[in-house]
Each structure stands twice: as C-alpha cells, then as structure tokens.
Design a protein around this ligand. Structure first.
Ligand code: 2PG
Ligand code: MG
Length: 402
C-alpha cells in the first residue's frame, strides 16, 4: 500500500463539536475515517487529544501526515498496523501526544485502505471466521429510545436520571430488527407525548425512571422487544452516593444495587449497562450474582467500568462483575487493543456490544468492526443520519452475505 497523500482536517460531529478526520490517498483510491466523541466518558479512557487541546493535536498531525507520504506499508492483517503504531510512538516521544481520537481515526483509515488493497471489505479483512470459510454472524441492534442524564437537556426542569432506555429486538434478521425499533420508537413518542430528541436522537422527557419504564413495558410488549438500560451511574455519583435529582433522593451503594435488582425483576430488564459507579467492581458483581440467583439471564454490561481496556476487562471478568461489555474503539484508541479485548471476551464467553458515542460522525466503520469481530450487539441509536448510516452498513452486509 503506497501512501500518496494524507490530509487531516477538523469536522463537526452530530453535537456540533470539533473532531478529527483523516483522508488517505493511495493508488487504490481515497479513504476517509473520523472519530466520535463521548460526553459521559469513563475515567480510565485514553485522552482524546493532546493535553493542550485539539488544536495542538491538529498541528502535530499536519507534521505527522507529511512524514507518511511516499511510504509503503504492507498490511495483510491487523497486527501489521504495528508499523504505524511504532511511527506514532516515536513521533509522540519527540513532539507530544496526538491523542486516542487521532490514533483511532488513523488506524481506521489505514485498515480501510488495507482492506481495499487486499480486495476485501473491512469487516471481512478482520474476520477470522470468514477466512476459515464460515459466514459472518449478524448482530442485533441495541436502540436508544428514550433518554435522560448527561445526553438530555431538561424538560420543564426535569429529566430521567438514567441516561438511556434501550430497545433490543430479537428478530431473524438485522434489517427486520431495525424496522421494528423505528416503529417502536414512534409508538413510544405517542405514549410519552414527546416533542424533541436528545444527543443520540432518543426522546426527551421530564418523567422519572420508573414512569419511563412503565411506558417502555407497553412498547416492548407490543413489538416483542427486550428492555435495556444504560444507567451511566457514575454521572450522578458524588462522594459515595447516587444523587437522583428527578425525585430528589439519595441512595448509598447498597440501596443502589438493591434498586437496580428490583427494576430488573419488575420490568424483566434484559440488559443493564453501568448500573454502578465506574470503579465499583463489587457492586457490579452483586447485581450479576442476584440476577443469576433469580435465574434471570440479564446482561450485566461494563462500559465506564471497563473502557475497552484489557487490564480492566480482565479484572471485571476474573472478578465475575460482568457477563457483557461495551466496546468503543476510541476509548482505548487502538484497534490492536480492541482485537485483544475481543479475543479475551470470546475466550471467556463475554457478550460484546460494539457502541457508538453520543457525538457521532458519518463514518460507518463501527458496523464493520462489529460484524468483523463478531459482536453480538451493535448499540448505535435508532434514528438520525449518523446512527442510520451504521445500521444501513450492517443491513447491506446482511443482504449480500446471508
Ligand atoms: C455511553 C455512550 C454512548 P458517551 O455511555 O454508552 O451511548 O455515551 O458517548 O457520551 O460516552
Ligand atoms: Mg454507557
């Protein structure tokens, strides 16, 4: 793969924030990749940009891009990205950090070009099963239907404390599942009398967590859907307590896990992400244990707890704190690391949910990572062009491959 030109630029994400885009020009064509940005970020995520800010990263990036021109890279598998990683490492030692969002966009664009160079689709290029002659498995979508927390502005002074109320279809095909989620979200709007959408295009409301769950129960029944929650508990955790603003009450650690366990039982919740504070491994373990004791197969999902970081994933899995986890490549800023986490999850039967960020771009590469790495779920919203483009990419692969 011969690099003719590399162009870095600033673009806006779905929230109107600045983010990085990298364009790579080779003899095979032009390839683009960009990075999304989170608002409810995990404490242990890598820094998105240089400590001095995005401008500093962009300045350094210009210099780095120039140095890549007229170079040849042999990329036949993910590990071959190490050539690029090594160049980044040496550059950063001398000039300062580029940041996780920059390295993520770089690795993505390199993989896109490498896949084309090898006459493959990106999902195919990274998928070991296909290389063994097996068909790829399609994920199920996890869709954000109603929102609260940091992603939603207040409605008449209030919002639910939980960040995301999710719908999870169980259909034969991904495309049917996407259609069901769209219909269900429209039905939820009518029941809620919602008027506007939040950062991830979920409905905004002033209702409490339980009031929203009551509505979701009706929606889920009508469309045969499973209910999920992203509690994003760290976003309302302060000095050892969970501070619920909507109802104006405070829960300690024990109250919090009891509360989540009660909700799981009452609403038959299938999926709970970040039900406890991001450093509370034992709290996660307590919820997982209770769910098992009650013979419920609830997915207890780590996101801020694990931040796609193998060290934290190991701790969570070995400590039996989770049975599922969110994979957000830009939390760790390296696709090689993502692959290592994926292998660990597969070995330990941990369910993988590939996830968007609340500030998204028009890059659909997440869909390729999900299908290619064999993720069981793709969490990327129900509506909005940045979300739909990723859903559509999986639908296209499904149409061609199954
Ligand atoms: C989450 C994500 C995406 P953010 O908490 O799971 O929904 O939010 O991108 O703001 O971290
Ligand atoms: Mg989350």
């Amino acid at each position: 793969m011969f690099i003719r030109k590399v162009i870095s630029s600033l673009i806006k994400n779905s929230r109107g924030e600045r983010t990085v885009q990298i364009e790579l020009i080779t003899y095979e064509g032009k390839f683009k990749a960009s990075a999304p940005s989170g608002k409810s970020k995990g404490k242990h995520e890598v820094q998105s940009y240089n400590p001095k800010g995005i401008e500093r990263s962009m300045k350094l990036l210009k210099v780095f891009c120039k140095r890549l021109e007229n170079r040849n890279f042999m990329i036949r598998k993910i590990d071959d990205l190490k050539q690029l990683v090594e160049l980044v490492r040496r550059f950063e030692m001398k000039y300062g950090r580029l940041g996780g969002n920059v390295t993520y966009a770089f690795e993505s664009v390199f993989l896109k070009a490498a896949a084309a160079d090898n006459n493959k689709e990106l999902w195919e290029f990274i998928n070991d099963e296909v290389n063994k002659g097996l068909k790829p498995k399609m994920p199920m979508p996890v869709g954000n239907c109603i929102g609260g927390g940091l992603h939603s502005k207040l409605v008449k002074g209030k919002r639910p404390d939980f960040q995301e109320f999710l719908l999870i279809p169980k259909e034969k095909t991904f495309s049917k599942a996407v259609t069901v989620n769209l219909r269900a979200q429209e039905y939820a709007r009518r029941l809620l009398k919602a008027r506007s959408r939040n950062d991830e295009n979920a409905w905004k409301t002033n209702k409490t967590n339980e009031e929203v769950l009551e509505i979701l129960k009706i929606v889920a029944k009508k469309y045969k859907l499973r209910i999920g929650l992203d509690v994003a508990a760290s976003t309302f955790y302060e000095d050892g307590y969970y501070k619920y603003k909507n109802k104006n009450l405070i829960r300690d650690k024990v109250d919090q896990s009891d509360y989540i366990e009660r909700l799981i039982k009452k609403y038959r919740i299938f999926y709970v992400e970040d039900g406890m504070h991001e450093e509370d491994f034992s709290g996660f373990k307590e919820i997982l244990n209770t769910s098992k004791k009650n013979k419920l197969k609830t997915l207890i999902v780590g996101d801020d707890l694990t931040t796609t970081n193998l060290r934290l994933v190991r701790r969570a899995v070995n400590g039996e704190a989770i049975n599922a986890m969110i994979i957000k490549p830009n939390q760790i800023g390296s696709i090689i690391e993502v692959r290592n986490v994926v292998n660990f999850c597969k070995k330990n039967k941990i369910v993988m949910i590939f996830s968007h960020r609340s500030g998204e771009t028009m890059d659909d590469v997440l869909a390729d990572y999900c299908v290619g790495f064999g993720g069981q779920f793709l969490k990327t919203g129900i509506f909005g062009r940045e979300r739909l483009i990723k859903l559509k990419r999986v639908m296209d692969v499904e149409k061609r491959e199954t």
